[in-house]
Ligand binder design. Structure first.
Ligand SMILES: N[C@@H](CCC(=O)N[C@@H](CS)C(=O)NCC(=O)O)C(=O)O
Length: 217
């Protein structure tokens, strides 16, 4: 198989790429990288040769001889490589810019603050207790979701944009999964919840769910 995805079942960045691969109809081999066991396999010699950032996901496309990190770049790459399929990033420049902006509201402004190494540093270097860490993570998800919910009031349809499923939905669904892990009260976010439910009814999203991965435990 030409495409390999190195990821972790609960990683929201890996989850985004799994959804994108499914929406694009791409067959791929999934290679689990356990972020906790063995001191974190993302730090292992074999993996850091592929991805010196010590983060998942990494996509390897042997046919094109490319090893790629950063889920957003991977999604854009897949969207262009399989351009005959459903487009996750619209062709029109204003739609494309708005889709990227919403996706980045999640991928740049929410997810990094709740990343494992950030939470571990709060505990290990800044004396935070487990409760403080959970409050930190849910706080930043809520700050991000407050803005996104307002934005969606002016543009959402069945999905984040009324025209179709885009990279914004691909980022939103994993972030909702993560919000539920941190007990964020999703009743405050009716539009985000409705869009996540609409997406989660589709096979491509169901197949990508953390609990449906071989490394789920
Ligand atoms: N901006 C990166 C973020 C990647 C990232 O934060 N990955 C997390 C899992 S979602 C990770 O590998 N964490 C391992 C760690 O913190 O040690 C992307 O979108 O790919």
């Amino acid at each position: 198989m030409s495409i390999k995805l190195y990821g972790y079942w609960r990683s929201t960045a890996s989850y985004r790429v799994r959804i994108a691969l499914n929406l694009k109809g791409v067959e791929y081999e999934y290679v689990p990288v356990h972020l906790v066991n063995n001191g974190g396999e993302q730090h292992g010699e074999n993996y850091t040769r592929l991805n010196p950032s010590h983060l998942v996901p990494t996509l390897v496309d042997e046919d094109e001889d490319i090893i790629l990190n950063q889920s957003m770049s991977i999604i854009e790459y897949l969207d262009e490589r399989y351009d005959g399929e459903h487009r996750l990033i619209p062709e029109h420049r204003t739609e494309r810019a708005r889709v990227r902006a919403l996706a980045q509201d999640i991928a740049c402004d929410i997810q990094p603050l709740g990343n494992l190494r950030v939470l571990n540093a709060l505990k290990g270097n800044f004396d935070a207790q487990q409760d403080d860490v959970a409050r930190w993570a849910s706080h930043w998800i809520k700050v991000g979701f407050d803005g996104i919910e307002k934005r969606l009031q002016t543009q959402a349809g069945k999905y984040c944009f009324d025209f179709d499923i885009t990279m914004a939905d691909v980022c939103l669904v994993p972030q909702v999964y993560n919000a539920l892990r941190f007990n964020v009260d999703m009743s405050q976010y009716p539009l985000i919840s409705k869009i996540a439910d609409n997406c989660n009814a589709l096979d491509e999203f169901i197949k990508a769910k953390p609990e449906n991965q071989v490394d789920a435990n």
